[in-house]
Design a protein around this ligand. Structure first.
Ligand SMILES: Nc1ncnc2c1ncn2[C@@H]1O[C@H](COP(=O)(O)OP(=O)(O)OP(=O)(O)O)[C@@H](O)[C@H]1O
Ligand SMILES: [Mg+2]
Length: 248
């Protein structure tokens, strides 16, 4: 099982749109996929119309046995661990664990799922906390959307700093340009300046109305319009990230 975190410390950069559409693309490519919605806002769960069970909460999640909280989605090979409102306190629960378990709780939690899924994708909240450290240590690949603007690049620098802090290898970062608007000079300039860095993948996700409309359809873009540009770009991005993760 390969574990992917869709992460940025910056809010509103396209993490959830990425997590939802990349999960769908991965399932379409034949993988057994689990999307874990770790953000208390529950946006990924909303898009898939999945609600958490009544007895579920963040504390129970970290106690293990998360299998009973996993729900099927409307799509073949794609399951979801829905978010719960209590996930806003995940950091407090993590902080109470013993020192040596504190940073590795998520990694441990996912281990029993290794035979059931080929791909696990986390939709992450925009934090720079103990939960973020758990996310980075649990992930084989940290996929980070970067809007070609100054503040998104600041978030990328914060990610590099966090990688150094936890001793993770920077090679595991996959950055991609998100919500790209080529008519904007700043976007064009930023991309020209940074696209050659090894951390960036080739595929970019443009700013597209069909991605915004996911809120209305509550489905991945490719499930609504498989021939759309957005659907094709997310599938290409998935293939680029997947091939890199298996050393291709
Ligand atoms: N490629 C895109 N084109 C147009 N709109 C987009 C695109 N990607 C995301 N959006 C829209 O931008 C908003 C923020 O996107 P999204 O929720 O995916 O960001 P996020 O990083 O998960 O935010 P948060 O940090 O709050 O979790 C949403 O309304 C979404 O529909
Ligand atoms: Mg989100």
């Amino acid at each position: 099982m390969k574990i992917f975190a869709i992460y940025s410390s910056k809010g509103g950069v396209g993490k959830t749109a990425g997590a939802v559409n990349l999960s769908y693309s991965a399932a379409q490519c034949g993988h057994r996929v689990l999307l874990c919605d770790l953000d208390a806002q529950g946006a990924a769960s909303f898009y898939f119309r999945v609600r958490p069970g009544k007895k579920f909460n963040g504390k129970k999640l970290l106690q293990g046995g998360l299998k009973k909280f996993i729900r099927a989605s409307d799509y073949e090979r794609l399951d979801l661990l829905p978010a719960h409102f209590s996930f806003r306190n995940l950091d407090l629960v993590l902080a109470k664990l013993e020192e040596e378990r504190r940073r590795l709780a998520l990694q441990k939690l996912f281990k029993p799922l290794a035979d059931e899924y080929d791909v696990l994708i986390m939709d992450c909240p925009p934090n720079l906390t103990l939960l973020s450290e758990n996310i980075i240590l649990a992930a084989d690949s940290v996929v980070t959307p970067v809007i070609p603007t100054t503040l998104s690049l600041v978030a990328l620098k914060q990610l590099l700093k966090l990688f150094r802090k936890v001793g993770a290898k920077e090679k595991r970062i996959n950055a991609y340009f998100s919500m790209v608007e080529p008519r904007k000079v700043m976007h064009r300039d930023m991309i020209a300046q940074y696209e050659q860095y090894a951390i960036f993948r080739k595929v970019q996700i443009p700013y597209l109305a069909e991605v915004e409309k996911m809120g209305l359809h509550r489905q991945p873009v490719a499930a609504v319009s498989p021939a759309s540009i957005a659907a094709k770009q997310y599938t290409s991005l998935w293939l680029e990230i997947w091939n890199r993760s298996i050393g291709g």
